[in-house]
Ligand binder design. Structure first.
Ligand code: MOS
Length: 732
């Protein structure tokens, strides 16, 4: 189904199942331990062996020698995979560095060997006995020092230069010129990267934990040099990804190579202390923001210039991107520059670009509002735009940002905020409120599905869509139930298997809208097939109560399938609509903090997010996504920081003891409000994404609240107490 004109009324609009708060249909399987995660497919293949990965001890250079004798003779060892015996490997499209390094080493903890043994303990013990010597070469590990040599990454983001920024900025009566930094961050998902591989002749089955099945089949086939059709990926349950599992990692490739060498199935999980340097992370950024405004608050000049680094051939973090679209203003300069660094590979993490970008931009907006003596909400409202600011004939499909800000202000009690910083106390605590905008584009990706109806009236949906803890199973079941007029109990959803039709996958917050739109398309076809059995036209047919009805006739769905299962398959393909309309999601974050006036410790007291993101398919799972994102925003604001060893080139705090993320005790009352909205331009579902929207801007709202509480402006994340201690207002 081609989607190239705005959606009109369709069966989804009935809202009998869609839009209702619905608990996860796979929840009982997960809470009772029956849902197998990647490392837990114990019964699918007999005689499983265990692989443990050895990571490089240097960041850059070469392996000088590798002595495997001690490891090979250790108890239980079956085989050891290294670059020297693995044969020629191809380079997948979605990875920058090699997933099996050697002799050249590209980054710290790059995999250099897989030790396979009968038991995990044997493999781990033998891995300790792999003796590698290295020849190190000097690397570049410091983003700030490599700014001079950074270059434009044209194919990712060409400079946006509009009007005459320099002249307009110079002429502006009110100006801001500030630089912000965000650190390297880790996905730190609960489930580690893990895979189990089994070969049957030249065909490989890989049980793994992966967000994008089709990308990963492609990359695994390319890396192993085998046809794509010989690879089957199965990833039914995923313990979080946040972008870290958009592509295959070393566990997948090494499990496949190891199973081939061992002649039996091999499972590999990456150990937590390996993941932080072996896998991808969100790259650090430096962002200089200049804003010029007239004294009435209208922005006349906006420059957002950012820098980030990655391995040779890698990608830039598109932090400046939101400044292309978020606020009005004639003259703008939006640029990103990419440095070559020899740190581990940078890549997407929850709302790549927008998350670090909004962390900076939304502090800048707060600073600018203060210079203008405007309320920060009013300043943003003055600069709202309903069109792409540099393409006035290209409107946003929907943009209810002002409503988000006003609703939130009202619900949060914004009028209680003291405009003058450091003037509200609660005993030893300094109290402050902050606001920031949430903004993230809504991407549209082709997505397919297959739907089956059997003679019991059961509808089964099959698609390679994944559920990374987001609720995909449930919204897909809701979609099929709504389309076919059956209850949720009569829908079975099967996901995460490359033998199913290719879906959009879980990424870029496009999965919810796009995968359900693909299911919608397949259900339209199934409705046609069923209507035909009744001898009526699908347009006249009504699907309700497990029956199809038309023109006074009716038939239970199970009867329609009596002579054999009815199978329909289709995909949603998005046409030109997103050229005509800018599709984005919006929100407003409100935060109240308390900062200890003696220690500078920040406690978040209250949080509210108001989101405008099209139709909310399932308020339960959508809310869960947003509070998760808000929580991640607290981590980014106050804790998360991959500390770079600038001499040796690695992330020092590479485990969950050293890399701090919020725990329950850090998180206060959180509230989420969804504006009642449907966007007919996004898809027949009229939905958009919320999973990434929710993190965008939260950290800045916290930074702004800390400023309001203390009068201290921290521009270098995370906002730790050492950055405030010597500036805290006197205790009273
Ligand atoms: Mo997302 S960072 O595309 O999983």
């Amino acid at each position: 189904m081609k989607f190239d004109t705005p959606a009109t009324t369709n069966p989804i609009d009935q809202g009998k199942v869609i839009g209702h708060p619905t608990s996860r249909i796979e929840g009982p399987l997960k809470t009772t331990g029956q849902a197998p995660y990647a490392y837990e497919h114990h019964n699918v293949a007999p005689n499983q062996a265990y692989g443990v990965v050895v990571g490089s001890a240097i960041a850059k250079g070469r392996i000088a020698s590798m002595n495997l004798e001690a490891a090979q003779s250790a108890p239980g060892v079956i085989a050891i995979v290294t670059a020297a015996n693995a044969g020629k490997l191809g380079q997948g499209k979605y990875n920058t560095a090699k997933l099996l390094g050697g002799p050249e080493i590209q980054h710290y903890h790059q995999a250099v060997a897989l030790v396979i043994a009968d038991t995990f303990e044997q493999a781990r013990a033998a891995a300790e006995r792999v003796d590698v010597t290295y020849t190190s070469t000097d690397g570049t590990f410091d983003l700030a020092n490599s700014r001079e040599s950074a270059v434009e990454a044209k194919e990712q983001m060409a400079d946006t230069l509009h009007g005459d920024f320099e002249t307009a900025f110079a002429a502006a009566p009110v100006q801001l010129d500030a630089t912000y930094t965000t650190p390297d961050q880790a996905h730190a998902m609960m489930e580690p990267m893990a895979s189990m591989a089994a070969w049957n002749g030249d065909r490989l089955t890989l049980w793994t934990s992966n967000q994008m099945i089709d990308w990963s089949v492609t990359d695994l086939a390319t890396t192993l040099g085998i046809p794509k059709k010989n690879v089957r990926l199965i990833s039914p349950y995923i313990g979080g990804g946040f972008g870290g599992k958009l592509f295959i990692r070393a566990d997948a490739v090494l499990a496949a190579l190891g199973a081939r060498m061992a002649g039996r199935p091999v499972k590999v999980a990456l150990a937590r202390p390996l993941i932080f340097n072996n896998c991808t992370h969100r790259p650090a950024t430096i962002q200089r923001i200049r804003i010029g405004a007239a004294s009435d608050g209208k922005i006349t000049a906006m420059a957002h210039e950012g820098w980030s680094g990655d391995l040779p051939g890698g990608k830039v973090e598109l932090a400046a991107q939101p400044s292309k679209l978020l606020y009005a203003g004639e003259n703008r300069r939006v640029t990103m520059r990419l440095s070559t660094l020899d740190l581990p590979e940078g890549n997407a993490m929850r709302a790549p670009g927008e998350t670090p970008g909004m962390m900076a931009l939304e502090i800048a907006m707060d600073e600018m509002a203060e210079k203008l003596k405007l309320d920060p909400i009013e300043f943003r409202i003055i600069n709202d735009t309903q069109v792409d600011p540099v393409k006035p004939d290209r409107p946003f499909s929907q943009r209810h940002l002002i409503e988000c800000l006003r609703t939130g202000a009202d619900r949060f009690g914004w009028n209680q905020r003291h405009a003058q910083p450091a003037t509200q106390r609660d005993g030893r605590w300094l109290i402050g409120m902050g606001v920031a905008v949430a903004f993230r584009n809504n991407l549209l990706v082709k997505s397919g599905a297959r739907v089956r109806l059997n003679d019991q009236g059961i509808v089964t949906v099959e698609t390679d869509m994944t559920d990374i803890g987001t609720g995909s199973y449930t919204i897909i079941a809701q979609t099929a139930a709504e389309m076919l007029g059956v209850s949720l109990d009569n829908v079975v959803v099967r996901l995460g298997d490359s033998s199913f039709p290719v879906s959009a996958g879980s990424g870029g917050q496009f999965g919810g809208n796009c995968s359900t739109a693909g299911v919608y398309a397949a259900c339209v076809k199934l409705r046609e097939a069923v209507a035909q059995r009744l001898g009526v036209n699908a347009d006249e047919a009504e699907f309700v109560g497990g029956e199809v009805r038309a023109g006074g006739k009716s038939m239970p769905l199970r009867n329609a399938a009596q002579s054999g299962e009815i199978v329909a398959e289709d995909s949603i393909e998005f046409g030109e609509l997103s050229k005509k309309y800018q599709q984005s999601t919006f929100g407003a974050h409100f935060v109240e903090v308390a900062v200890d006036s003696a220690t500078g410790e920040t406690r978040v007291r209250r949080m509210l997010s108001v989101c405008a993101a099209g139709r909310i398919l399932n308020p339960t799972s959508a809310r869960s996504q947003v509070i998760g994102a808000m929580t991640m925003g607290v981590g980014a604001a106050l804790m998360e920081d991959l500390v770079v060893d600038k001499r040796l080139g690695f992330f020092v705090n590479h485990d969950l003891a050293g890399y701090e993320v919020p725990v329950h005790a850090d998180i206060p009352h959180q509230e989420v409000i969804f504006l009642d909205e449907t966007d007919p331009v996004s898809s027949p579902m009229k939905a958009k994404g919320v999973g990434e929207l929710g993190i965008c801007g939260v950290s800045a709202a916290i930074a702004n609240a800390v400023y309001n509480a203390t009068g201290i402006r921290v521009r270098e994340y995370p906002i730790t107490l050492d950055k405030m201690l010597d500036q805290l207002p006197p205790m009273i």
